[in-house]
Write a protein that binds this ligand. Structure first.
Ligand code: HEC
Length: 451
């Protein structure tokens, strides 16, 4: 009963504090701006100091009850509390001195007024920070940039999305900033210790903190998503969780609240993926093989062999590490293929169309490990045997065999190439039936056969 009454008085603090602020400002204004102060004016000023003291005392007393409920951070409370008390004490002393008709010198009077206003500003500022959060004063100024996300994700982490975890990298930092000062081993309000996942799941006096898979039944989630003026809203003071932080928490609990849940799981849910990309600056698109590959650009020396007119080439990327190379002559020789061996890691697209290429030539491509697209159409000397040389090109996604003499048996080899996505088989010796079977077995490979 008593505790509830004190809590009620505590809740009056934010209302009462404005009285001493108003009264003292008016009192000082009269003192400063009224030139000829007769006795009545002097008495009004003395009364002003008294009422500032008295209303300040009430505010401080109620504030003390409010600060005791555990809803505020000790570090912030302390400055606010003691500067508030100093303000009340100063008002009392000045009132007393004026009451016994102590004569103030001009400079003494000026410093008293100044000190009082300074104390008022310090007290008011730290009080404001407790209710509205740090930075409340400047955050709405137009030229102050608002942070997009309150979660500090380093640049390094942001680029390593594959190794980010939802709990460790997105959820915990928020809890650490906004909850753990009041919910840790030493100080666990409500019996709740959130400094470790296990104790947070276990919960406090009211039971489990998290119900796996059920965000709306989890106390932790419920408390942060109440309306802000709800008495059980958390955090009770300071900046509430932002919308995206609450959605992230919900998504994490919804998916089992696992410690090891990877951020890349967002790929299953376009809405969450979008939120991750927008709010946390994460790029969650699946990377192609080439995007993950950091390859040095070839030296001028290495490029020399392809400067002749038998080759046309260009770089495929701004970093100048991937090459698109085309052989232009009507008849290729072993020597031409030897020339490109020194840059074989850089060749990603290779075009050897219509140049009398044979199976033996293909054996020179055996370790072109970054080759993703190979065109060898219109080479009637290429047969099944040549396919064996290509079998180990583990990044080859596109292969054009149009107008070669491969037959049904080649499909066995081609079917084992792991990255293959697109295959041109028009005008070969492969039968329509064999292609139909192949398509059924490899639905992820697109076959262009011309019939
Ligand atoms: C300034 C201190 C403070 C901060 C910060 C704070 N809490 Fe609390 N919390 C309390 C106090 C005091 C209680 C006990 C009274 C109550 O239940 O409201 C409590 C109780 C709770 C309870 C109920 C525990 C139980 O089992 O009864 C939950 C859940 C909770 N807080 C979650 C949070 C979350 C989540 C955050 C961060 C977003 C947070 N709190 C931040 C002070 C704080």
């Amino acid at each position: 009963m008593l505790i509830e009454f004190l809590d009620f008085l505590g809740s009056l603090h934010p209302l009462i504090v404005h009285l001493p602020i108003g009264i003292i400002l008016l009192t000082i204004a009269i003192d400063v701006f009224m030139r000829n102060k007769n006795n009545s004016v002097q008495r009004v000023i003395t009364m002003g100091w008294f009422f500032s003291f008295f209303s300040g005392l009430l505010a401080a007393l109620f504030g003390w009850f409010l600060g005791d409920n555990g809803y505020y951070f000790e570090s912030q409370i302390n400055i606010h509390r003691w500067s508030g008390i100093a303000f009340v004490g100063l008002c009392f002393i000045i009132w007393l001195l004026r009451y016994i008709n102590f004569r103030f010198s001009k400079s003494f009077n000026r410093s008293v007024n100044l000190t009082t206003i300074l104390l008022l500003m310090v007290t008011g500022h730290f009080g404001g920070e407790m209710t509205h959060g740090q930075n409340y004063l400047f955050e709405n100024l137009p030229y102050v940039q608002k942070k997009i996300s309150l979660i500090p994700l380093s640049e390094a982490k942001r680029s390593e999305t594959d190794s980010l975890f939802v709990y460790e990298d997105l959820v915990y930092p928020v809890l650490e900033e906004k909850c753990i000062a009041c919910h840790n081993q030493n100080r666990a309000y409500g019996g709740l210790n959130m400094s470790a996942l296990e104790s947070m799941v276990k919960g406090g006096n009211s039971g489990a903190g998290i119900q796996n898979g059920k965000p709306f039944e989890s106390l932790i989630y419920k408390r942060v998503s109440f309306p802000h003026d709800h008495p059980k809203f958390m955090p009770p003071s300071g900046v509430p969780l932002s919308y995206d932080q609450i959605v992230t928490l919900e998504w994490w609990i919804d998916n089992g609240a696992e410690k090891q849940m990877p951020v890349t799981l967002a790929r299953n849910d376009p809405k969450i993926q979008r939120l991750m990309e927008l709010q946390y600056g994460l790029d969650l698109r699946e990377k192609t093989y080439l995007e993950t590959l950091a390859l040095a650009s070839p030296t001028p020396e290495e490029l020399k062999p392809i400067q002749g007119e038998e080759f046309i080439w260009r770089f495929l990327n701004p970093e100048q590490s991937f090459l698109d190379l085309k052989f232009t002559k009507k008849e290729i020789e072993t020597n031409d293929l030897l020339k490109i061996q020194s840059i074989k890691k850089n060749i990603t697209w290779l075009n050897l169309t219509d140049c009398m290429l044979n199976d033996n030539h293909l054996s020179y491509l055996i370790d072109f490990s970054n080759l993703t697209r190979l065109k060898i159409q219109k080479n009637p000397l290429v047969t099944n045997k040549g396919m064996e040389a290509l079998q180990n090109l583990e990044n080859l996604t596109e292969l054009n065999l149009y107008g070669t003499r491969v037959s049904n048996a080649a499909l066995n080899t081609l079917g084992q190439m792991e990255s293959l996505k697109k295959l041109f088989l028009w005008n070969t010796r492969i039968t329509a039936k064999a292609i139909a079977d192949f398509k059924a077995q490899h639905p992820d490979i697109e076959v262009i056969a011309g019939f």
